[in-house]
Design a protein around this ligand. Sequence first.
Ligand code: NDP
Length: 324
Amino acid sequence: MSKAMLAAAPGGPEVLVWTDVAVAAPGPGEALVRQTAVGVNFIDTYFRSGLYAWPDSQIIVGAEAAGVVEALGSGVSHLKVGDRVGYTTPLGAYCQARTLAADRLVRLPDGIADDVAATIMLKGLTVQYLVTSTFRVEPGMTVLVHAAAGGVGLLMGQWLNAIGAKAIGTAGSPEKVALAKAHGYQEVIDYRTEDFVARVTEITGGKGCDVVYDSVGRDTWAGSLKCLRRRGMFVSFGQSSGPIEGFALPLLAQGGSLSACRPMLFHYIEERAELEARAADLFGRITSGQIRAEVHQRFTLSDAAAAHRALESRGTIGATVLTV
Ligand code: NDP
């Protein structure tokens, strides 16, 4: 048995209920993981609220965690019992123990603690694919990132800085602006008090950015298009303020032959070899000290609803972990 935060119907944070659930013995190709730390992500709130369709009549949200392999099914050769592992997806991470496909598990290096792993398996891999594959950021490029003091945002600023790009961030309070500046961003705009389009135009001398990484959605997408240079790339990868409404392809022509895409991490790590290569890149940057991955808020797993309230009310900075 395991305790888990089970949701029986979409809704607010109160639908997460601390419940006993059965844990199956691992079948062929599976592993049973005793979890130690669970990452909180904005995507957890999209599933909980019903913004993303439920795969089942009741669900356990959560897509990022770390723990120890307790048992293995047949045919698993890349792991042994006792290994420390991390994963992102499948859904169901808000629990003490679970059985899942072993090919989703990555062994953790000694230099990466469990709680740190629970902040990077989803958020860090997201930064990895966004800056290397969705759009390849090169040294000297100018990049705009919204929610720069968030979990993804703090990792992305450091990664862009390491590439040698000029990172411009937006953040929603003076405290968040200061934090983002300490994590790789050369310029940070408080978009609750300043017009970010005007400020980006000023900072880039009217040239605009090579790429905008926009995870805020409804409140920022139209301004983001105006921050791009001719033939720039709009990467819409989230909707923390709500879904985008009113987007139409002709806007890309009017903005200067822009490109736009709407990527998701899971399409960049479906193949085991790709998952391993991206994780190796991420882990190497963290163990070498090039990127600092930190836990900024901790809640107990049974108090996950409080973590959701904090995240949805813009009350968090950086990454949040649920302790098991
Ligand atoms: P964050 O820590 O970035 O939290 C969201 C932040 O968004 C808030 O802290 C807030 O920062 C900002 N925000 C702006 N407007 C609102 C609003 N109306 N309500 C709530 N927040 C708002 O979350 P994560 O790091 O977990 O995720 C960041 C984004 O990346 C999410 O949109 C998520 O869905 C997306 N994502 C996408 C992936 C993909 O592959 N497509 C994978 C992983 C994450 P501030 O106060 O500074 O404005």
